[in-house]
Design a protein around this ligand. Structure first.
Ligand SMILES: N[C@@H](CCSC[C@H]1O[C@@H](n2cnc3c(=O)[nH]cnc32)[C@H](O)[C@@H]1O)C(=O)O
Ligand SMILES: [Zn+2]
Length: 434
């Protein structure tokens, strides 16, 4: 007997070798998908009727700072350097472990409710993030964000923290958690420090998560300092590889794109954050045309201001169209791939498709809504019309985290209340320092 059978749904497989099934069945056992078909004789403990819904792989959010939910709407409408240096960093200086715990729980609740099954995170107090991910049932690739600022002693201490986190957390929660090194960016970490991180990551067989060329200011700073851009500098020190997840990559030349593609670097595009901070427009269409693995992230809640992947998909599609002045650029199906298949590839997850032997990381999207009717084309609706609140069921590793809009893995109201309380106390400490 299987654990779960989902029946009567439109199965959007995202599997290039298996077309979508109009009225199909997904069978789940021991955390894996064991069958995807039109009909089954199989029985299960739990049978989910997905009538009028789309059954699809859950989203992979490849760049966020989950704990930053506490700064949602705190400092809007500012440029990145002013925003970070004068608002976010002073506030983050007051963060405690329990704040990050509360903020990350709020983030996980939001992600489960909006159909995200895995996320890549870079922040402080990552042990707290690990605990939240372990309990919530989600998957995550976690990194302690290391900022060195050309201070050798600070660099040593940061690398030590990064390594300790990896030693303790990589592979935890039945393999749902992986740990990465998180050197913040080429303009907050020296070349020497980045070389050390690369060496250490190779030795520990750990991946690397880093911000790259998010702003024009970074590009200019790099040119002044090294006489070349971040991508060239990182290439020169042999930093790149398929184990690198580079967030943003906005200010790329054609040569930079070739370098990223040739080194199989995973690129997290975060269009809402890039638009809100007026960082610029990443050349996503050109990267995808070259065959690069471009995935999708929301960035933190202070620059977005939510973790919804539906909104991120729509924004990505619209932004490329207006950037290239080509309405055919980045069509719905391709954006969906970025948010599922490509994200899973970047984090090395056996997820991102509804396919036999893949992880049972499945969401059910309710199409019986005014804004989703009539329905001609499923990918089109998912990208251009649907929203976070249309997700009715979220399953990760074969565990139902949300069933028909009811969150089962945490007390929703308590998580909201505790997030609000933590933010209020944090802000009174920040105000007292002013
Ligand atoms: N150990 C470091 C913490 C780094 S966590 C990662 C950092 O990235 C910051 N961050 C969030 N969004 C962005 C972004 O879009 N660009 C650059 N940094 C960001 C975030 O606020 C946090 O300070 C320290 O002691 O400061
Ligand atoms: Zn970021």
């Amino acid at each position: 007997m299987a654990d779960i059978i989902i029946k009567n749904g439109y199965i959007l497989t995202m599997d290039p070798s298996l077309e979508s099934i109009k009225n199909g069945v997904v069978v789940i056992e021991d955390g894996r998908i064991t069958d995807v078909c039109e009909n089954t004789e199989e029985t299960a403990d739990t049978v989910i009727d997905a009538q009028g819904s789309v059954v699809m792989p859950g989203f992979v959010n490849t760049h966020t700072h989950a704990g930053m939910t506490l700064f949602r709407g705190y400092a809007d409408d500012l440029a990145l350097s002013d925003w970070l240096e004068n608002h976010i960093w002073p506030a983050e200086a007051e963060l405690t472990a329990s704040d990050v715990y509360a903020g990350t729980r709020l983030a996980c609740l939001e992600m489960i409710k909006s159909g995200t099954i895995a996320f890549a995170d870079m922040y402080f107090f990552m042990e707290e993030v690990g605990k939240v991910v372990e309990d919530s049932g989600l998957r995550a690739a976690l990194s302690y964000g290391m900022i060195e600022l050309w201070d050798e002693e600070k660099g040593k201490a940061e690398l030590k923290k990064g390594k300790a986190f990896i030693n303790e957390w990589d592979g935890k929660a039945d393999g749902r958690i992986s740990a990465m090194y998180g050197p913040h960016a080429p303009n907050t970490c020296s070349k020497e420090f980045l070389m050390k991180v690369r060496e250490q990551a190779t030795e520990d067989n750990a991946k690397i998560h880093i911000h790259v060329l998010e702003t024009e200011a970074e590009l200019n700073q790099m040119k002044d300092q090294y006489g070349m851009c971040s991508v060239n500098m990182l290439d020169e020190i042999d930093f790149f590889g398929p184990d690198v997840l580079a967030a943003h990559c906005v200010w790329l030349s054609d040569g930079d794109m070739d370098i990223l593609r040739n080194n199989n670097v995973n690129i997290s595009h975060n269009p809402v954050s890039n638009m809100k901070l007026a960082s610029g427009i990443a050349p996503v269409t050109k990267l995808l045309d070259r065959g690069a693995n471009v995935c999708l992230g929301t960035d933190g809640c202070a620059s977005n201001n939510n973790l919804g992947m539906f909104e991120e998909m729509k924004t990505a599609a619209l932004l490329q169209k207006v950037e290239t002045m080509d309405p055919m650029a980045l069509p719905a199906r391709q954006v969906l791939e970025m948010a599922t298949v490509n994200g899973a590839k970047a984090l090395d997850l056996n997820s991102g498709m509804i396919r036999k032997d893949y992880n049972a990381d499945v969401i059910i999207v309710d199409m019986n809504k005014a804004h989703l009717n009539p329905l001609y084309d499923v990918p089109s609706h998912l990208v251009y019309s649907a929203g976070s609140s249309d997700v009715r069921t979220t399953i990760v590793n074969g565990r139902v985290l949300m069933d028909d809009y009811r969150v089962l893995c945490m007390d929703e109201q308590k998580v909201i209340d505790e997030g609000r309380d933590a933010a209020e106390k944090l802000m009174s400490r920040v105000d007292a320092k002013k």
